[in-house]
Design a protein around this ligand. Structure first.
Ligand SMILES: Nc1nc2c(ncn2[C@@H]2O[C@H](COP(=O)(O)OP(=O)(O)OP(=O)(O)O)[C@@H](O)[C@H]2O)c(=O)[nH]1
Ligand SMILES: [Zn+2]
Length: 207
């Protein structure tokens, strides 16, 4: 069995797939195509079940990542106590209700208390939680909780703005709707000025 989507470090560096899962998914997706009335033997579709099996594993690889470990792998003692903001982190996730994509941007901030983390690790935490079946609210809260738990900062702020294909391509079909979610801890919760500083920097109109 070859399954290194998770790498050894809590996140993926190479793309490879679990043979057993790939085979199972391929069989299921062949059945799905048949049920949709397709000819699974026509040239363009012959390899499609296998491609989808791999794509779905890629899109849900976050289940095999350990977001807390990602942060702990690059935690540094530092006495900087001002806001650190990583904004416009692009994210692609899948809504758990329809298994259709939702995508947009995450803005993440924290105010260190003795420890900082590698900036890329913030984006990797977003990735680890986004690459699962999700709802936007839970995704927002999980990112916040993970950073609060591992770094124990003075506060964490997470804002996600996303478009949901299940609202755009189907269902209510509102092509321009954008959903914004936010969650805060510590200083961002208690102090309106801190929250406003964050919103000003991410360029939001949310306050
Ligand atoms: N709160 C929340 N809802 C979501 C998210 N992604 C999709 N949804 C919603 O999940 C809901 C599921 O509602 P249902 O009525 O069970 O499903 P449905 O019949 O397909 O609903 P419609 O999308 O309105 O056609 C819909 O309102 C979706 O818009 C998300 O991230 N957060
Ligand atoms: Zn949906």
């Amino acid at each position: 069995m070859d399954f290194t989507l998770n790498g050894g470090k809590g996140y993926s560096k190479t793309e490879s797939y679990d043979d057993e899962v790939t085979q199972g998914l391929t069989d299921h997706y062949r059945g799905v195509l048949e049920l949709l009335g397709e000819d699974v033997h026509r040239e363009g579709l012959e390899k499609t079940p296998l491609r989808v099996a791999k794509a779905m594993q890629f899109l849900t690889q976050g289940y095999h990542m350990n977001p807390e470990e990602i942060i702990r792998s690059a935690m540094f003692r530092e006495d900087y106590q001002q806001m650190v903001i990583v904004k416009d982190i692009e994210l692609y996730s899948m809504c758990e209700h329809h298994i259709l994509p939702f995508f947009g941007k995450a803005h993440v901030a924290y105010i260190p208390r003795h420890h900082i983390t590698g900036l890329s690790k913030i984006a990797r935490v977003v990735e680890a939680f986004a690459r699962r079946l999700q709802v936007q609210e839970r995704l927002t809260t999980q990112i916040k909780d993970c950073i609060q738990k591992t770094l124990n900062p003075l506060g964490v702020a997470v804002v996600i703005e996303a478009q949901h294909m299940c609202m755009q391509m189907r269902g209510v079909q509102k092509q321009h709707s954008v959903t914004t979610t936010s969650d805060f801890t510590g200083a961002f919760l208690k102090n309106q000025a801190t929250r406003e500083e964050f919103f000003n920097i991410i360029g939001g109109k949310l306050h």
